[in-house]
Design a protein around this ligand. Structure first.
Ligand code: AP5
Length: 209
C-alpha cells in the first residue's frame, strides 16, 4: 500500500508516520526530516532551502524536487510519504513520476485539526539534539539519552502562524485534487496519539473490506 499523509503543521503526521510505517511495513519518507538532516550535513541545496524553512515558507517547487529527486526516483511500492506533495505542482510531478514507475497512491490520509490546536502542539514541541526524540514538556535535557532539548527554529509563534497561512493557501487545494481521484480519507486528528492511530488504522481497514 502507498500512503500520503496530508495536514497542517503540527497535526501529528510525523508522530503517526513513525508508528504506522513500522506497523504496516512501509518505507517512510518525511521531507521535513530529510531537509533538516541534509542541512545538518551542509548540503548546499538544503542550505538554500533553509532560508525558506526558517521563515515558515515552502521551499520553491523546483528546488524541492531537485533535493528529493533521488528519493522519488527510488520509490518502490510500499511507502508512506509525509510532507510531500504540498503544492498542486508537486502533486502533478509526483503523479507523473509514479505513473512512469507503474505505481499509484492508494490512500491520502488528511489530518483534520483546528489551527488553534496545531499552534498549541507546535508551541510545546521540544526535540532532543542527540537522539531526535520529541517531548511536549521542556525537560531541558532528554530523559532518554541526556542530550539537549531544543525547539525547532520554525516553531516560534510568528513562524507557526505563517506556516499555517502557507498551508491553507498552498496545500489545502490538494484535498480537492485527491478527492477527485477517490483516494482521500479524512481523519479527526484531535485526541490522543493512540486514538488517532486507531482511527487511521480503521480507515485503512475499512477500505480493504
Ligand atoms: P515539516 O517538518 O514537514 O513540517 P510540518 O508539515 O510543518 O509538520 P510538523 O513536523 O511541524 O508537524 P507534524 O504534523 O509532523 O506533527 P508532529 O507529529 O511533529 O516541514 C518543515 C519545513 O520544510 C516546511 O515548513 C517547509 O519549509 C519545508 N518543506 C518540507 N516539505 C516540503 C515540500 N514538500 N515542499 C516545500 N517545502 C517543504 O506533532 C507536532 C507536536 O504535536 C509534537 O510535539 C507531537 O509530540 C505532538 N502531537 C502529535 N500528535 C499528538 C496528539 N494526538 N495529541 C497531542 N499532541 C500530539
Amino acid at each position: 500500500m502507498n500512503i500520503v499523509l496530508l495536514g497542517p503543521p503540527g497535526a501529528g503526521k510525523g508522530t503517526q508516520a513513525k508508528v504506522l510505517s513500522k506497523e504496516l511495513g512501509l518505507k517512510y519518507l518525511g521531507t521535513g526530516d530529510l531537509l533538516r538532516s541534509l542541512v545538518a550535513q551542509g548540503n548546499p541545496k538544503a542550505l538554500e532551502a533553509k532560508s525558506f524553512m526558517d521563515k515558515g515558507e515552502l521551499v520553491p517547487d523546483k528546488l524541492m524536487v531537485e533535493i528529493i529527486s533521488e528519493q522519488l526516483r527510488d520509490l518502490e511500492s510500499g511507502f508512506m510519504l509525509d510532507g510531500f506533495p504540498r503544492t498542486l505542482e508537486q502533486a502533478e510531478i509526483l503523479e507523473s513520476m509514479l505513473l512512469q514507475l507503474g505505481i499509484q497512491i492508494d490512500r491520502v490520509i488528511y489530518f483534520d485539526l483546528p489551527d488553534s490546536e496545531a499552534e498549541h502542539r507546535l508551541s510545546n514541541r521540544y526535540q532532543c539534539k542527540k537522539c531526535g526524540n520529541i517531548y511536549n514538556t521542556n525537560f531541558g535535557i532528554c530523559p532518554q539519552c541526556g542530550g539537549m532539548l531544543e525547539r525547532r527554529q520554525d516553531d516560534e509563534p510568528s513562524t507557526i502562524r505563517r506556516r499555517l497561512e502557507v498551508y491553507h493557501a498552498q496545500t489545502t487545494p490538494l484535498l480537492d485534487f485527491y478527492e477527485k481521484r477517490g483516494v482521500l480519507r479524512r481523519v479527526d486528528a484531535q485526541g490522543t496519539v493512540e486514538e488517532v492511530t486507531e482511527r487511521i488504522k480503521a480507515v485503512l481497514k475499512d477500505d480493504q473490506n
